[in-house]
Structure formats: C-alpha cells, structure tokens
Design a protein around this ligand. Structure first.
Ligand code: C5P
Length: 400
C-alpha cells in the first residue's frame, strides 16, 4: 500500500502511550501521521513526543489562531485519508455518538468527510456499561469502524475487555480500512485450527487439523480488504499477518472469542472443533500409582459454535459459512448439516482415504447454499480460499 495520510486523534487514556508506538509503526510502513491530542491525552503523553515521532506539527486546540491561519480545523479534518481515534475513551465515544463538537477532536470528527476508525480503550465496567453499548451500536450504525478492545489485565488492576488493541492489530485495521478491495470496511470472523481439550495440566485431546485452510481463507479475505478477526486453536501453520489474532485452546474459549469478536459482516467456521471436553480433568498431573488403576474420563458436549452463531436472534453475521468434511454421501450429509446448523453456506469435501485431501495441498469442495450444490474443481487450498473470499464479497455487496 502506498503511503496514506492518517489523522490520529489521541484520547486521554492510559493506552495513549501505545499510540506513540502506533505513530512509529505507521511511519515505518510509509504512511504520514498528523497527531491531535485532547487535553486529557496530554496528561498521558506529551505533544513533544507525538510531534517528534510523527515529524509533524501536533494539533491541540480548536481556538489556536496560528493553527487556524495555517490550516483550519475543517481542512485538517479532510486532508487525511483516514481518521483514527486511539485510544477512543468512553467519553470520546459518547461525544462522537451524540454529535458533540466542543473541542478540537470532536469538531474534527464531526467535520470530516473521511472514514473513521476507533480503537476503544477503557475499564471493563465502562466498556460493558449500557451507555457505551448504546454508543458503540450507534457509531457502528453510522459506519464508524472499530478495532478491539481486547481482553486482558488492565492498568487499573482489573481484568476483562477494555484493553486497547495491540499496535500491529490497529495497523492492520487501518490498512484494511484504507484498502480499495471489495471487502474494504467489512469485518469477517474466521475460526481455524484444532482445539485442545485438557485432561490434566499437561495432557489434552486434540485432532490433526493444521489450520492450513482457515489460514488461507483469512489471507484471501485480507487481500480483498476485509478486517479479519482470526480465532485460532493451536495450529501448526503460522497465523496470517495483518489480522486481529485471537489465539484460543478449548472449544469453550473459541466460542467466547467468537462472541466477543462480533458484530461481523460474515463468519467462516473452518476450525476442527472437538465435539467433547473432559468434565473431570485433573488440576494436577495424573500419575500412575502402580496399582494398575486407569483413569476414567468423563465427557460433556462442547458448544456448537457454528450452530449457535447461525441461530443468533440479534447480531447474527449477514453470512455464516461452515465446513463439512465427509467420507460418504458427501452432498446429502452436507445438505442435512446446513439445515441442522442453520448456516447459509456449507463447503463440503470428501476426505475419504484415497482423495489425498486430508493433510494435502489441494481440496475439492462443493458449495452448498439455498440455491443447491455447486461443485468446484479440484484446486490448491489457496485457490479454494480465494474463490470463497470472492464469493463472500459478491454476497455481501449484492445481498439477496
Ligand atoms: O458438526 P461438524 O463438526 O461436522 O460441523 C463442522 C462445522 O461446524 C465446521 O464448520 C466447524 O468449524 C463447525 N463447528 C463448530 N463448533 C463445533 C463443531 C463444529 O463451530 N463444536
């Protein structure tokens, strides 16, 4: 991507220090950054640091006569290719949602004719507060893009959702927002890889999924400009660059990460999720005691993430895609699975012995949709991914 101009509004939260690194990373990638600091942001980072890292003037005050003479705030709001708010505090989000324009940051956000991307950051209770939920829904409805927040420990000592997305994730979201691909501005959640279901702290039940097809799908979606949240179990292939990465272990973690990543325009469930987890997993390593006694594992069913998301009443992604690996009666089984799970599309493939598909580089799939079964030729897994990403783009751009 050739260098773009980014207007970076830094809000007053502890995560503001990460925004200094964000300036550096964006400049390394050839973009230029014009920083705007709110008065609260100046309590966390200095205008001098932001200016030195951006090698640009920093804007701070709506009524600065020199700034207004050199470049008025209206011009400033339009000179950028993208406006980024990081950290986007609860207060800034509330101002944006309600159309306030009583300081430089809020006025720029009201005056701009460019896309706006926010990276929210706040205490978990503030993030979960109904007012913030309402404001986020309102901003999303207005077409404001968002990245994060992530779950984790916070500067305030609490734990939960509210940590600002990491800098590489924000860079990826910025580049997705600036891309000219057909999925520009669209958010897709992809699950991939196996899950690990613990037996004790060192042992687990797993499967042979490499994560190859899910990774290729995430890459293809990114190449069309989508923002991708990639929820992956412990896969053997490397995760794609440029996505929002959500590493998980168990099916239950995967379900929580998928739910936290919504809303999304589409979701692709390529993970090989374990059907059961061990309910009597030990909290210490199990030992042989020489008596010949063998442990009896007990199981409970895992959540069916594809079925749950497909049947969501509110906030269901517009397009939900699942996979069906079958060894016989592929079309009939996959068609029944599509109905059972309630998803829009199923990509079915024959993984019986002799096809060479399991663990191979090629795949031969049939796309099952409301319109029926559409066989695709045998293709490389990357080509299957590209074709699927293009079909997703077509479906999102021309909904039924
Ligand atoms: O039920 P089955 O495992 O055959 O369905 C396969 C599809 O359902 C895949 O898309 C897989 O990612 C998804 N799935 C899921 N959660 C489960 C089991 C399967 O999302 N617990």
């Amino acid at each position: 991507m050739t260098g773009k101009r980014i207007l970076l509004i830094i809000g007053g939260g502890i995560a503001a220090f990460k925004s200094l690194d964000l300036i550096r990373r964006l400049r390394e990638r050839g973009h230029s950054v014009t920083p705007v600091l709110t008065p609260a942001a100046e309590q966390f980072v200095t205008p001098l640091s932001a200016s030195a890292l951006a090698a640009q003037k920093v804007y701070r005050d709506l009524f600065d006569l020199t700034d207004e003479a050199e470049m008025g705030h209206i011009e400033l709001s339009r000179a950028a290719d993208l406006v980024v708010v990081a950290p986007a505090t609860a207060d800034l989000m509330a101002k944006m949602a309600n159309g306030h324009a009583n300081d430089l940051a809020s006025t720029l956000l009201m005056a701009t004719d460019k896309s706006v991307l926010i990276a929210p950051s706040m205490n978990v209770r503030m993030w979960e507060h109904p007012a913030t939920r309402r404001n986020l829904a309102c901003l999303t409805g207005d077409g404001v893009l968002s990245v994060g927040p992530n779950e984790g420990p916070m500067a305030c000592g609490e734990f939960g959702f509210g940590r600002m997305a990491e800098v590489p994730e924000i860079v990826a979201a910025i580049e997705a927002a600036l891309s000219d691909g057909p999925l520009k501005g669209r958010h897709v959640v992809v699950t991939s890889g196996p899950t690990h279901e613990p037996i004790d702290p060192v042992r687990y039940i797993a499967n042979r999924s490499s994560g190859g097809q899910g990774t290729a799908i995430a890459q293809a979606l990114l190449s069309l400009g989508a923002r991708v949240t990639f929820v992956t179990g412990p896969a053997s292939v490397a995760s794609p660059q440029g996505c929002e990465l959500r590493p998980v272990e168990t099916a239950r973690d995967m379900r929580d990460a998928v739910r936290a990543a919504l809303p999304a325009d589409a979701a692709v469930f390529a993970a090989a999720v374990a059907d059961w987890h061990v309910t009597n997993a030990a909290d210490r390593k199990m030992k042989k005691d020489g008596s010949g006694h063998v442990p009896a594992l007990e199981f409970a069913e895992n959540p069916d993430i594809l079925a749950e998301v497909s049947r969501m009443e509110a906030g269901r992604p517009g397009l939900v895609v699942g996979f069906a690996a079958e060894t016989d009666n592929v079309i009939a089984h996959a068609t029944a699975k599509r109905a059972r799970k309630g998803c829009d599309w199923i990509l079915a493939n024959d993984v019986s012995e002799g096809t060479g598909i399991m663990g191979g580089t090629e795949n031969e799939v049939t796309l099952i949709s409301e319109a029926g079964a559409e066989p695709w030729p045998r293709l490389g897994k990357g080509e299957v991914a590209q074709r699927l990403a293009e079909r997703i783009a077509d479906a999102l751009l021309s909904p039924k």
